[in-house]
Ligand binder design. Structure first.
Ligand code: FRU
Length: 498
C-alpha cells in the first residue's frame, strides 16, 4: 500500500499542476509535472506504453528529497502524467529515491530498480549518505517496494570501492535470460568513477560480476548514470562524468556526457573501448538513458539541463524546472555514435515551407520562416567552391531584443551555439562550440525549436547540440546571415501536437 509520504506527493502534484497552463510548458518535451525534475529514470516499454520516470522534487523548483515522477506515452512525444511512483518513505530510502532503471519482469509486473539513499552516522561520527540498490514492482501506476530492500548494498562492493558513491543502476535482460544492471561507483580514494556489473536470476538475489570499466583519470572524476547496450555490432557505454577538464572541442569543463564505443569481453565481463566522444556538444544534456523499442530501435533520452547552471533558477519564479531532450534514435556509423530525433516526430510536422538555392549574403529573412515550435532542415554550400564563405549564422527565437544564434565558420570547421542574447540575466554558460566534419563549407543541420529549447543535429546526426532558452515567446523570428556567399536549401515545419 502507498505511504502517507507518497499520498501527499500525489495529492500535491495533482492540485499544483492545475496552476500551470499548457502554453507555459514545452510543446513536445517532457517537463516536470510540478516542481523540479532531473535525470530520466526507468525509461521502458510496459503494457503497451512507453514509461518515463524522473528524479522529482514536487514541492519546489530546486533539488530536494528525491521522488520518482512518472509519465507515459504511445509515441515518445506526447506524454501523459501519472501519479508519482516512488517517494522517500522506507528505512533504506528515507533521504531519497535516486536514479535507476525499469523493465517488464518475468511475472508480468513492471520492475523498478533505484538507489535508496539514507543518512547514516559513521564510526568516526560523520553523517554520510549511504546508497544502496532497491527494487519495486507494480502495474504501471502503483508500485510496491520489495520488503527485503536493499537488494544490493555496500557489502557487495569490491574492497577498493567507495562506500559512499554507489548509484544509478540501469537494468536489462541478457540474451542468457538473466537480469543485469550496471551502476556507478567510485574508487575508495575518490580518484575516478568505475562501472560495476551485477547479475541476478530473479531480480531479487543479485551478485557482483565485475568492474566493467573504470576511469583512468582522463574523464573527470566520479561517473554517474551509466547505460550499457549493444548497438550495430558494438557495445556502447554511456556515462555522465563529473569534474571534467576540457579537451579540445570534444569535452568541456564540469559535468559532461560521454560515450565509449567498444567490445565486451564476455569471459572477464569487462568492456574494451576503442573510441570515445561527447554525446551532445551543447550546454544542456546530462544523465542519458536508453530503451530498446519493439521494432528494434535504441532510443536515448536525457535531462536537458546541466548542474552548473540550474541553481540559478530561483530568480525566475518558474512553476516547473527541468525538461527532457527530444528522444533520439541511435546508430553507430563510421565508428561514431549518431543520433536523430525519433521518427515519430515526423507525424507532427505541419505547414511545410520550402526554399531551394537561396543565396545568403548579409542578412536574409524569408516569408513563412519563423516560429517557436518548429523543425528546420538546412543544407548549406558555398556559392563558389573556390571561395568559401567566412561565416554563416542563423538567429532563432528572435525579435529586436533577443535571439539565440547558431553560427558556422567553415575555415575552422567550428559550429557555435550561443544563447547570450536569449534573455538570460545570469552569468551562466551561454556558448558552446563543436568541431564538425570539414567538407568544403557544406553543412547539414536539423534544428528543433521548442518554447524553451533549441536542439541541433549536425550532418545527419553525427553530432548534436542542445540548450535551454527562456526567451519571451513573442521572439519568434528566424533570420540568416552570411559573411561571403552561401547557397541554402531550407525546409521548415511547424510542430503541432494537437
Ligand atoms: C545525476 C544524479 C544521480 C543521482 C541523482 C540524484 O544527475 O546526481 O547520480 O542518482 O542525480 O537526483
Amino acid at each position: 500500500m502507498s505511504s502517507q509520504v507518497l499520498r501527499e506527493a500525489r495529492k500535491y502534484e495533482e492540485l499544483k499542476e492545475q496552476t500551470i497552463a499548457q502554453k507555459e510548458r514545452p510543446l513536445f518535451h517532457l517537463s516536470s509535472r510540478v516542481g523540479w525534475m532531473n535525470d530520466p529514470n526507468g525509461f521502458s516499454y510496459y503494457a503497451g506504453k512507453y514509461h518515463l520516470f524522473y528524479q522529482y522534487h514536487p514541492y519546489d523548483t530546486c533539488w530536494g528529497p528525491m521522488h520518482w515522477g512518472h509519465a507515459v506515452s504511445s509515441d515518445l512525444l506526447r506524454w501523459e502524467y501519472l501519479p508519482a511512483a516512488l517517494a522517500p518513505d522506507t528505512a533504506c530510502d528515507s533521504d531519497g529515491c535516486f536514479s535507476g532503471g525499469a523493465l517488464e519482469a518475468e511475472n508480468g509486473q513492471h520492475m523498478l530498480i533505484y538507489t535508496g539513499v539514507s543518512r547514516q552516522a559513521q564510526e568516526n561520527g560523520e553523517v554520510r549518505d549511504i546508497q544502496t540498490q532497491c527494487v519495486a514492482f507494480g502495474d504501471g501506476i502503483d508500485y510496491r517496494k520489495y520488503h527485503k530492500n536493499p537488494v544490493v548494498d555496500i557489502k557487495d562492493l569490491p574492497a577498493d570501492s567507495s562506500r559512499f558513491d554507489f548509484r544509478d543502476p540501469k537494468l536489462w535482460k541478457g540474451c542468457d535470460g538473466q537480469y543485469y544492471f550496471v551502476a556507478a561507483n567510485n574508487r575508495a580514494d575518490e580518484s575516478g568513477g568505475r562501472i560495476l556489473l551485477f547479475s541476478s536470476l530473479d531480480g531479487l538475489d543479485w551478485h557482483f560480476e565485475s568492474i566493467l570499466f573504470e576511469n583512468d583519470g582522463s574523464f573527470g572524476k566520479m561517473w554517474e548514470c551509466p547505460d550499457f547496450f549493444e548497438l550495430d555490432g558494438r557495445w556502447i557505454l554511456l556515462v555522465s562524468p563529473q569534474d571534467m577538464l576540457p579537451k579540445d572541442f570534444e569535452y568541456h569543463n564540469g559535468d559532461g556526457n560521454l560515450c565509449f564505443i567498444g567490445d565486451l569481453d564476455r569471459k572477464t565481463k569487462t568492456f574494451l573501448p576503442t573510441a570515445d566522444q561527447a554525446v551532445d556538444y551543447g550546454i544542456d544534456f546530462y544523465a542519458a538513458q536508453t530503451l530498446l523499442t519493439a521494432d528494434g530501435r535504441r532510443v536515448m533520452i536525457a535531462w536537458m539541463q546541466n548542474w552548473d547552471t540550474c541553481n540559478n533558477n530561483h530568480q525566475s519564479k518558474r512553476k516547473w524546472f527541468g525538461q527532457m531532450c527530444t528522444p533520439r534514435e541511435l546508430r553507430v556509423q563510421n565508428g561514431r555514435l549518431f543520433q536523430r530525433p525519433v521518427r515519430e516526430l515526423e507525424a507532427f510536422r505541419r505547414n511545410p515551407v520550402t526554399y531551394t538555392n537561396v543565396l545568403v549574403q548579409d542578412i536574409v529573412t524569408l516569408e513563412g520562416i519563423k516560429g517557436r515550435t518548429a523543425d528546420l532542415e538546412l543544407e548549406l554550400s558555398p556559392e563558389n567552391s573556390e571561395e568559401i564563405y567566412r561565416k554563416f549564422e542563423i538567429h532563432l527565437a528572435k525579435n529586436d531584443q533577443y535571439h539565440t544564434s547558431v553560427s558556422f565558420r567553415p575555415y575552422e570547421s567550428i559550429l557555435k551555439l550561443d544563447r547570450k542574447f536569449s534573455g538570460s540575466r545570469r552569468a551562466i554558460i551561454h556558448q558552446r562550440r563543436c568541431r564538425v566534419a570539414r567538407n568544403g563549407g557544406k553543412l547539414k543541420l536539423r534544428i528543433l525549436i521548442d518554447r524553451f529549447s533549441v536542439e541541433l543535429f549536425v550532418n545527419d546526426g553525427e553530432q548534436a547540440m542542445s540548450a535551454t532558452i527562456y526567451t519571451d515567446m513573442a521572439a519568434d523570428g528566424i533570420s540568416f546571415y552570411a559573411d561571403g556567399n552561401v547557397r541554402m536549401n531550407l525546409s521548415k515545419y511547424d510542430i503541432c501536437m494537437g
